[in-house]
Design a binder for this molecule. Structure first.
Ligand code: PBG
Length: 325
């Protein structure tokens, strides 16, 4: 045996040494916890997403209190309205479910947590598409006006950050302009920039009751095969004024995340989507995987790939577990 000078195992010998050279860490400050709020009379757990609920406003306020107490600094909000119509009017009504929820959360927890409403029409339209539908086509430019109204309406209710997820062209510029005209120049935009047309959103669509009634989202969300196109989408959103950009979903798109990290200097987010959560939960419920270790590994992978911010349904359980150590 030749003399070994370099031994990689030296720095792996115990946890103190290993932690000292850890290259990626997940912090509470990196997490955004997505939550659903409903106009139904009672809160209900989402069957395909154990631990995640569609909350009534009072229950949501309690859950946000618990989330803030866990150390999490931001929640994303998705509204599920009682009434849907072709133009998704409840998305931008000042008394709609999301503005009411924002005001209630503010009253309950003050400024201790950032409120980040998702801006899209698909939960509010009767046809389930993310924009105005005409003869089977999702119309781009008429949708921008409605998204802008929703953004202003949520900010007037008290939102801290606006997160458009619709994938219409030009929506970041339209929303930026609308916020500025409403004297909200200080409100940042977190753009869902590289959002792929993905089967990983399946459980979300059940949760938010937002599956398209006809067709699919392939005319506005990206094709999973495309990498260069993702970089163009991100570049455009930055030019239009996005303060932060996002890659979505996460696990099957870690290469896109890494590439975005290399190419752009803005804060970068990744969305660990519903289907990714459900797969972990289902396998764990069967005793096939060690849930805690799997979640740590997934979240660490997002940080290693370059994400500053991770949107994940695992956030609350992860934060509570960390609190115990
Ligand atoms: C709304 C929206 C979706 C998600 C976030 N915002 C659904 C979709 O585009 O169909 C997916 C989130 C998830 O799957 O967890 N457009």
């Amino acid at each position: 045996m030749e003399h070994l000078t370099v031994r990689m195992r030296r720095m792996r010998r115990n946890p103190l040494l290993r932690d000292m050279v850890s290259e990626a860490r997940v912090n509470l400050e990196n997490l955004i916890y997505p939550m659903f709020v409903t106009e139904e009379a009672e809160s209900r757990e989402i069957p395909s997403m154990p631990g995640i609920w569609r909350y009534t406003i009072p229950d949501l306020c309690r859950a946000v209190e618990e989330t803030a107490a866990s150390g999490i600094k931001a929640v994303m909000l998705f509204g599920i309205p009682q009434h849907k119509d072709p133009l998704g009017t409840q998305a931008y009504h000042p008394e709609g479910i999301v503005p009411r929820a924002i005001r209630a959360i503010r009253k309950t927890v003050g400024d201790s947590i950032l409120i980040v409403p998702d801006v899209c029409l698909c939960e509010y339209t009767s046809h389930g598409h993310c924009g105005v539908l005409e003869n089977g086509d999702v119309l781009n430019d008429p949708t921008l006006e409605l998204l802008s109204r929703a953004a202003v309406c949520y900010v007037e209710a008290g939102a801290d950050i606006i997160a458009p997820s619709d994938m219409m062209d030009g929506r970041v510029a339209a929303i930026r302009r609308a916020l500025d005209e409403a004297s909200r120049t200080h409100i940042p935009i977190l753009a869902y920039s590289a959002k792929y047309a993905s089967a990983f959103y399946g459980p979300f669509r059940e949760a938010a009751d937002s599956a398209p009634q006809t067709g699919d989202r392939k005319s506005y969300q990206m094709a999973p095969a495309n990498r260069r196109e993702a970089l163009r989408e991100i570049e455009l959103d930055i030019q239009e004024g996005a303060d932060m950009v996002m890659v979505k979903p996460g696990l099957a798109y870690l290469d896109i995340l890494r590439e975005a990290r290399e190419c752009f200097e803005v804060p970068l987010a990744v969305y660990n989507v519903s289907g990714e959560y459900s797969m972990v939960k289902a396998a764990a419920a069967n005793g096939w995987i060690d849930e805690e270790r799997i979640v740590d590994e997934i979240l660490t992978a997002f940080r290693r790939a370059g994400a500053d911010i991770i949107l994940t349904y695992h956030a609350l359980q992860w934060a509570k577990r960390r609190g115990k150590h």
